[in-house]
Design a protein around this ligand. Structure first.
Ligand code: CTP
Length: 402
């Protein structure tokens, strides 16, 4: 009964997976939640309101008003009542409405009115789920701060097999429980996170960079944010959906820009996480005009960039915690421990470039988190969001954390 007293709005839209919303309702009610269901008009073709009303022990709403009694179902009040709004299943059609602010039914209007966090569990056929229009809409909703409960893979109602099935009700319940159980243990703390690659200009149209996606840094940012911290991001060029209202964001390009932005923020911070893949070298000269291809060979003279973590490590004040990253290909622990010492980190997160499914561009990662006193935790291959939570838990074990 760990959802006792929690108020959940459950939106059900027109998808064959709507039958699973009955099971989800049952699970939420059994866990102690109060559940108010709103169905989109087309959801009524897939499951009856009677089933959902019986399971949720409340009348189900689908119209703006009750045609018989004239009773008005106030979408603003519904939106304000809830602690959490879960839409499961979310059809491609309702997704498109939410992404574009359309509100031709009660459910879509409530989505626009809700002030509480929103979780969305899309369900659709394989090719629909992969269509660029759907991907763009999902990305848009994610950029609004909505949590996407990614569709699962398996056999689909169409007979095709692949990703598109609504997340299983038990898994959705687990996400809801995690949401409510979330600790606010970083409340009132300020954290600076550098993330993404840097770009070092060669001429007006070219640069040197690397494959860092910024995903790990953003996962850490999200974890800090949801655990109550005020998060300052200094981000190299990344293409990730992030909710601008969740973070103080400084977009930068080169290592020098990143250093200046981080240096300015550093004195006020409680924690600094150096997750950026900063280019170690930059062209010694930036050509004022586009470099022409005249010769069969050309060389570029590179100069060493500022080491942001090293420089800020020198001015770390007592009580401040610095977390570094190390991506290594050989003698991994030894190299990581060397960086930990040299850059005055409290802990270092070691990525091995040899682990499959880990590192740049992947959604998963496998890391070892090493403390200054040598204590070490191996995450195993898990989602970057889970690695992020572990890093925060390890930060709390650092001796300077009180
Ligand atoms: N780092 C930084 N500024 C740099 C280089 C690295 O802030 N110019 C930070 C990274 O964000 C990371 C840590 O230092 O937290 C280690 O980065 P890494 O690239 O693994 O180490 P380097 O010191 O660059 O050593 P090498 O490339 O020789 O392994």
């Amino acid at each position: 009964m760990n959802l006792q007293g929690k108020r959940i709005l459950l939106g059900v839209t027109g998808s064959i997976a709507a039958y699973k919303s009955a099971h989800l309702t049952r699970l939420l009610i059994k866990s102690g939640a109060e559940v108010q269901i709103i169905m989109s008009t087309s959801a009524l073709d897939f499951i009856t309101p009677l089933t959902l009303a019986t399971l949720s022990k409340r009348p189900v709403f689908s119209d703006f008003s009750d045609k018989k009694t004239g009773e008005w179902h106030n979408h603003v009040e519904l939106g304000l009542w809830a602690d959490l709004f879960v839409v499961a299943p979310l059809s491609a059609n309702s997704l498109a409405k939410f992404a574009n602010g359309l509100c031709d039914n009660l459910l879509a209007a409530t989505y626009l009115s809700a002030r509480c966090p929103v979780m969305l569990a899309p369900a659709m056929d394989l090719d629909m789920y992969q269509h660029p229009a759907v991907r763009a809409n999902l990305k848009r909703l994610s950029s609004f701060g909505n949590t996407l409960l990614d569709a699962e893979s398996g056999e689909l109602a169409s007979g095709l097999s692949g990703q598109g099935r609504m997340m299983e009700p038990e898994h959705i319940l687990a996400q809801v429980e995690i949401f409510f159980a979330r600790k606010k243990d970083f409340q009132g703390k300020k954290v600076l996170i550098t993330l993404g690659p840097t770009q070092e200009a060669l001429d007006p149209v070219r640069f040197i960079s690397n494959h860092s996606s910024g995903k790990m840094g953003l996962a850490i940012a999200n974890a800090f944010k949801s655990r109550g911290a005020e998060v300052f991001l200094v981000a190299g060029p990344i293409a990730l959906p992030l909710n601008p209202s969740d973070f103080h964001l400084r977009n930068v390009k080169s290592a020098d820009d990143m250093y200046r932005a981080a240096q300015e923020l550093h004195p006020k911070m409680d924690f600094c996480v150096f997750a950026a893949a900063v280019a170690d070298y930059a062209p010694a000269q930036v050509a004022p005009e586009k470099i022409k291809k005249n010769d069969a060979e050309m060389s570029i003279l590179l100069k060493k960039n500022v080491d942001i973590a090293l420089e800020l490590g020198k001015v770390k004040r007592p009580g401040q915690i610095h977390v570094g990253f190390a991506l290594e290909t050989e003698n991994e622990e030894q190299h990581a421990k060397g960086k930990l010492e040299r850059k005055n980190f409290d802990l270092i997160v070691l990525n091995s470039a040899r682990d499959t499914g880990a590192g740049f561009q992947h959604d998963t990662n496998r890391v070892k988190i090493i403390h200054q006193d040598g204590r070490m935790t191996d995450s195993g291959l898990v989602l970057k969001s889970e690695v992020a939570e572990m890093i925060l838990d390890e930060i709390k074990k650092a001796p300077v954390w009180i």
